[in-house]
Design a protein around this ligand. Structure first.
Ligand SMILES: C[S@@+](CC[C@H](N)C(=O)[O-])C[C@H]1O[C@@H](n2cnc3c(N)ncnc32)[C@H](O)[C@@H]1O
Length: 213
């Protein structure tokens, strides 16, 4: 199942759709777990935003002074993002895939992935790839869906995985060689309606983090 045509098609509407699914609190929680603070000088820091979409995470990082490599399979998503940031020297746009990220090994201080993991073919391998690009001491923070039973998210929104068990996510982080692994609640649900309007999904969101030693 290839979700790229779907994301290419909805790129122009993604910001509006996303705001209906979850709030900016998800990003705030991800940054808090990463230990990123607004009042520090972050200009020497670098991060990768995987499955970056139209910049939900990237925009927050840029606002905090962090340099970002934004990776997505969808050129249309990246184009929409580029329209926001233009040729900013703080954002490097790279088209690429989860199975081989177009980012050098041990090159970034942080890797973030919001609502990306449930689209990739192999979550364990994707986490291994994200760990590969982290510098030693760098942190991976993933925000995604807990396990759920809303089939329409698969058929209508091209989700590949029906969320995840937190113990599986924890094990994949550990298999990737990350330490101080924690999987916690964001404290917010992702909400969506089916096309017929007859089903409403409300799925809790987890935040998983770990550090490369
Ligand atoms: C649900 S959207 C989330 C976008 C963004 N992170 C946000 O929070 O708004 C998932 C994004 O992941 C990208 N994506 C899905 N599978 C991918 C893969 N295998 N490799 C790279 N990007 C992928 C999609 O193109 C899409 O932009």
């Amino acid at each position: 199942m290839n979700s790229k045509p779907y994301f290419d098609e909805i790129a122009q509407q993604w910001d509006t759709l996303r705001q209906s699914f979850f709030s900016d609190n998800v990003r705030t929680k991800a940054f808090a777990v990463a230990g990123l603070t607004n009042n520090a000088d972050n200009t020497a820091l670098s991060a990768a935003d995987l499955g970056a979409g139209t910049s939900f995470i990237t925009e927050g990082l840029v606002n905090q002074g962090v340099r970002v490599i934004a990776v997505d399979q969808s050129e249309e998503m990246l184009r929409a993002m580029q329209r926001k940031f233009g040729t900013s020297d703080r954002v490097d746009y790279r088209q690429g895939n989860a199975d081989r990220l177009p980012v050098d090994a041990a090159s970034v201080d942080y890797a973030f992935a919001n609502m990306y993991l449930h689209h990739v073919e192999s979550p364990a391998d994707a986490i291994g790839e994200m760990a590969r690009i982290l510098k030693h001491g760098g942190r991976l923070v993933i925000t995604d869906l807990d396990e759920h039973h809303f089939e329409f998210l698969r058929t209508e929104q091209h989700d590949r995985w029906m969320g995840f068990k937190r113990e599986d996510v924890q094990a994949w982080f550990e298999q990737a060689g990350l330490r101080d692994v924690a999987v916690d609640c964001v404290g917010e649900n992702c909400c969506a309606s089916s096309a017929c309007g007859c089903q409403q999904a409300s799925v809790s969101i987890f935040v998983a983090s770990g550090q490369k030693v």
